[in-house]
Design a protein around this ligand. Structure first.
Ligand SMILES: *[C@@H]1O[C@H](CO)[C@@H](O)[C@H](O)[C@H]1NC(C)=O
Ligand SMILES: *[C@@H]1O[C@H](CO)[C@@H](O)[C@H](O)[C@H]1NC(C)=O
Ligand SMILES: *[C@@H]1O[C@H](CO)[C@@H](O)[C@H](O)[C@H]1NC(C)=O
Ligand SMILES: *[C@@H]1O[C@H](CO)[C@@H](O)[C@H](O)[C@H]1NC(C)=O
Ligand SMILES: *[C@@H]1O[C@H](CO)[C@@H](O)[C@H](O)[C@H]1NC(C)=O
Ligand SMILES: *[C@@H]1O[C@H](CO)[C@@H](O)[C@H](O)[C@H]1NC(C)=O
Ligand SMILES: *[C@@H]1O[C@H](CO)[C@@H](O)[C@H](O)[C@H]1NC(C)=O
Ligand SMILES: *[C@@H]1O[C@H](CO)[C@@H](O)[C@H](O)[C@H]1NC(C)=O
Ligand SMILES: *[C@@H]1O[C@H](CO)[C@@H](O)[C@H](O)[C@H]1NC(C)=O
Ligand SMILES: *[C@@H]1O[C@H](CO)[C@@H](O)[C@H](O)[C@H]1NC(C)=O
Ligand SMILES: *[C@@H]1O[C@H](CO)[C@@H](O)[C@H](O)[C@H]1NC(C)=O
Ligand SMILES: *[C@@H]1O[C@H](CO)[C@@H](O)[C@H](O)[C@H]1NC(C)=O
Length: 664
């Protein structure tokens, strides 16, 4: 899976590179962007450091440009450099003293450069270089990396470079090294002497994933004390047993021994796992492996293990009375082919806190009482497994899980709920029932879930005509009701949300809502986010909310044409409204709203997608000439006429009385 991802990323990067390197590409940027503490001049076809980059820059991104050789003057004036990214700059030669004037340089990224020559003093200058990435750099040997000036190195990445052996490892200073990434190289053998240089290093992470080993000397990793070791995808030329024999004597927190989809199948015999009696590990990954003769003692050497990942390990059963896994706290059994939850035989894992059986490849039966022994289970993920409870759900199935906090039953088969279906799990805090259909027996199924904080009932055909459905959910903070059509389109049940007073997030998108009752949300004094997108609302109405001080309103993809400015005017500083993908009209009926948007752009989400229906231009770009409305105009004219008339009248009277006075 991971390898596919890497492959797509690579294609994407290459394609993107190709597109943007084309001179004719109109969208190629031509100016460096200022970023926090630095400049980003990547992807500009540059062959030198542009003048606009100030000497004081700390972080400098210069990837996807062209610098075939680096000299002692290339970065001369950038004296404060802390981090430098030179990904895919076509660098072939690195000469002496390149970073002579950069004593503070700590991060140097040289990914994807076809390095042919690195001078012995190429890295001199920085007082404490900590992170060096030479991934995909065509370096054939570790001894080609001058190591004298790398005494403070913490991370060294040389994946995908064609390294053939661990020769040269002894040149490095290891006292600070925390991570050595050697994935996707061509290392084919490791012996005890090779690893001698790192024998006294404690807590390092090493990755050898994707190397095709031919020989690993037995106990080559003896007495290493690592934080993580990755041997995924290393089994195409060596048997699993011989790799494991090489690891005997190691102590590591994590150990990855999985495969990639593109790897040939590997069948692990139980006998091979005997080596684990001489390996100390707490977190083990066997993704995509086959176990050829699984029985109750296969894992007996894993005593002490805390986490076991058996994703897609082709399992349909875990044996009774298995020994060795009694200390397990996390078990991942995703993408296997169990036919019933009972076949996991959970009695083997008395202290399990997390169990995941997601994405089972066939419908997963859920019989009664088979999880009973998981007294301390906190998280149970049965999503994407078409879970089919045997009989009414879920009291008998979840029997014994008194400590359960999270239950994921999304993408299950349709089921019938018993009355009070979750009474076996009163501590539940998160319940995900998305994309699953249920039939209710009583009207208030969640009555006992007094600690529930999130409830996802999206796409579950929940009938919101039942106003008692949320009874008991006193502490609910998030309620997702997406995709449950409202009968008649008008949400009128003002009682519906009375039982969830602490609700902060309410998702009612795609519910075919045409309107809602004014006071529907009035009681929700903690409401922060309301998602009413993808409905059929014709009006933006905010009068029904308790407060507009801190409210994120999502009305995207509705049928709103004209927005009454009064409904958005009182949105507080921290509030936002999303009106993207509505058929907004840009004529004078909407001018007040459009002007409000222009003045309040930070309160409008998805401004780019908030457009005039007719012209598809963003409404902040709409240019409208709107005079006074005729009524107002007429009123003003009449008013002016009256004022002038009365003024003339007064004047005339005054003149008259004055002349009368002077005549006297
Ligand atoms: C680069 O190196 C040359 C010769 O080694 C030296 O003369 C020159 O001063 C150096 N330039 C800088 C900027 O350090
Ligand atoms: C270990 O392997 C290296 C090369 O990978 C070789 O030079 C050395 O002789 C080997 N040492 C032993 C003890 O086999
Ligand atoms: C391994 O290193 C850890 C620290 O990372 C330390 O606690 C532990 O005692 C070490 N174990 C051995 C066997 O050296
Ligand atoms: C488990 O399988 C291994 C290998 O097939 C075998 O040696 C061992 O006896 C079996 N153990 C039990 C208890 O059946
Ligand atoms: C499992 O072990 C218990 C005792 O530890 C024993 O009574 C029971 O018969 C065993 N079950 C199987 C199937 O071996
Ligand atoms: C393992 O299975 C064998 C038979 O297959 C049985 O004799 C043995 O008692 C089992 N071990 C445990 C621990 O139950
Ligand atoms: C439940 O599982 C689905 C599918 O694996 C996942 O997308 C979702 O985030 C999970 N829900 C919770 C609450 O973890
Ligand atoms: C539904 O509830 C009634 C009464 O509480 C009960 O008799 C019946 O068995 C329940 N049905 C299911 C499917 O749980
Ligand atoms: C259910 O909703 C919650 C909260 O919105 C979300 O975290 C979870 O991923 C959703 N589950 C699925 C299967 O989408
Ligand atoms: C929803 O529930 C109401 C009463 O609670 C009922 O009248 C209605 O038929 C139900 N609708 C559906 C689609 O089941
Ligand atoms: C603006 O457009 C809407 C919808 O097309 C229309 O109802 C309204 O009368 C128009 N207003 C003006 C001032 O033209
Ligand atoms: C929005 O524009 C589309 C075509 O661009 C048109 O079919 C539709 O009727 C318009 N909607 C409104 C409400 O004006």
């Amino acid at each position: 899976m991971e390898m596919h991802f890497v492959f797509y990323m690579l294609c994407y990067t290459i394609l993107f590179h190709f597109l943007t390197h084309n001179e004719a590409t109109p969208w190629a940027k031509r100016q460096c962007q200022q970023i926090a503490n630095g400049y980003d001049c990547s992807d500009m076809d540059l062959q030198f450091i542009p003048d606009e980059v100030p000497n004081s820059v700390l972080i400098f991104k210069f990837s996807f440009n062209y610098l075939p050789a680096l000299y002692n003057f290339t970065f001369q004036r950038l004296n404060n450099l802390h981090s430098l990214d030179l990904t895919r700059c076509g660098i072939t030669f690195m000469y002496e003293d390149i970073f002579m004037h950069q004593p503070n340089l700590e991060v140097l990224i040289l990914i994807g450069n076809p390095l042919v020559f690195i001078a012995g003093r190429a890295f001199s200058g920085p007082l404490a270089l900590k992170y060096l990435s030479l991934t995909q750099s065509k370096i054939k040997s570790l001894s080609d990396i001058p190591s004298e000036n790398l005494a403070y190195l913490e991370v060294l990445e040389i994946g995908g470079s064609g390294i053939r052996s661990l020769d040269g490892l002894s040149n490095f200073h290891w006292q600070n090294l925390k991570s050595l990434q050697l994935e996707m190289n061509s290392i084919d053998r490791i012996n005890l002497t090779d690893l001698q240089p790192i024998h006294n290093v404690v807590g390092m992470s090493i990755s050898f994933k994707g190397n095709d080993f031919v020989n690993i000397e037995p106990s080559a990793f003896k007495s290493l004390n690592l934080s993580s070791l990755d041997f995924s995808g290393c089994f195409s030329k060596m048997t699993f047993s011989s790799v494991l024999r090489g690891l005997e004597g190691i102590k590591t927190n994590r150990l990855k021994l999985g495969l990639y989809e593109t790897d040939p199948n590997v069948h692990i015999p139980s006998a091979a796992l005997q080596s684990f009696c001489k390996i100390t590990v707490t977190d083990l990954d066997f993704q995509l492996q086959h176990f050829s003769d699984l029985n109750n003692s296969t894992f007996h050497c894993l005593e002490g293990l805390k986490k076991l990942d058996l994703t897609r390990a082709h399992l349909d059963l875990l044996p009774f009375n298995m020994t060795g896994l009694s200390t397990l706290s996390h078990l991942v059994l995703d993408e296997n082919r169990f036919s019933d939850v009972c076949h996991i035989n959970t009695r083997n894992f008395p202290v399990l806190t997390h169990l995941s059986v997601s994405g089972n490849s066939k419908q997963l039966g859920f019989s009664n009482g088979c999880l009973e022994s998981l007294r301390v289970l906190e998280e149970l993920d049965l999503s994407l497994s078409l879970v089919k409870p045997i009989g009414p759900c879920c009291n008998d199935q979840l029997f014994g899980l008194g400590e359960l906090k999270l239950l994921n039953l999304s993408y299950s088969s349709p089921m019938i709920w018993s009355s009070q279906p979750f009474s076996a799990t009163p501590q539940l805090e998160h319940l995900d029932f998305s994309h699953s259909l249920y039939t209710l027996n009583d009207s208030s199924p969640f009555n006992n879930l007094q600690s529930l904080r999130t409830l996802n009932l999206s796409w579950s055909n929940t009938n919101l005509t039942n106003i008692h459905i949320f009874n008991g959910l006193k502490t609910l903070q998030l309620l997702n009701l997406k995709g449950n059509p409202i009968q008649g389109g008008v949400l009128t049940e003002t009682e519906l949300f009375k039982s969830v007073p602490l609700l902060e997030t309410l998702i009612l998108s795609s519910c075919k809502i045409t309107a809602f009752e004014e006071n529907l949300f009035k009681g929700l004094t903690h409401l922060r986010q309301v998602d009413l997108s993808e409905n059929k609302l014709v009006e933006l109405s905010t009068s029904g909310f308790y407060s507009l001080e801190f409210l994120q309103l999502n009305f995207a993809s509705n049928a709103i044409v004209i927005v009454d400015v009064g409904s958005v005017m009182n949105l507080g500083k921290e509030s936002t409204v999303d009106l993207s993908y509505n058929p907004l009209v840009c004529n004078c009926s909407n001018i007040q709203f459009i002007n409000w948007v222009k003045k309040n752009t930070i309160k409008v989400k998805h401004l780019m997608e908030t457009v005039c229906n007719a012209t598809r231009t963003r409404i902040i770009d709409a240019k409208l000439q709107c005079g006074f409305p005729v009524g107002v105009l007429a009123f003003v004219i009449i008013l002016i006429v009256i004022i002038i008339a009365s003024a003339i009248f007064c004047l005339v009277r005054r003149i008259r009385s004055y002349s009368r006075y002077t005549q006297l």
